[in-house]
Design a protein around this ligand. Structure first.
Ligand code: FES
Length: 126
């Protein structure tokens, strides 16, 4: 069984956000297609894969993309960013700071656990 060096997940349910608006280029299907096209063109299909995903719990960040196993989170991604993601992040290993969702804004790990524990706390009188 092969192991991908990079597995790119493109949320198929994201909406453009005010914080990261790219409404003109917001199209999850076209974004994934552009990523796949560049992966195929470069002949790196055996190592890199781009898939649709459902909600990735980062819904305030516009179009969200996450790359595993590196756990690189991008938000506000437009169709025009596909080639940059492949060339700069996948091939060169650079983080695109203009797209990166800062760790402190990620709703996973400690932040998500805190949210769940807060939501589960009973209130007085329960
Ligand atoms: S709808 Fe895309 S991260 Fe939630």
């Amino acid at each position: 069984m092969s192991k991908f060096t990079h597995h790119i997940f493109v949320c198929g349910k994201c909406k453009p956000s005010k914080r990261r608006p790219k409404a003109d280029s917001h199209d999850p299907g076209k974004l994934r297609a552009a990523l796949k096209k560049e992966i195929k063109r470069l002949g790196i299909k055996a190592d890199v894969r781009a898939n649709d995903s459902g909600c990735l719990d980062q819904c305030d960040d516009g179009q969200v993309v996450v790359i595993y196993p590196q756990a690189i989170w991008y938000g506000g991604v437009g169709v025009e960013d596909a080639e940059r993601i492949i060339h700069e992040t996948i091939l060169a290993g650079n983080i695109l700071e203009d797209l990166r969702i800062p760790d402190e804004l990620l709703r996973c790990g400690k932040a998500a656990k805190k949210d769940k524990s807060t939501a589960a706390e009973p209130t007085q009188g329960d």
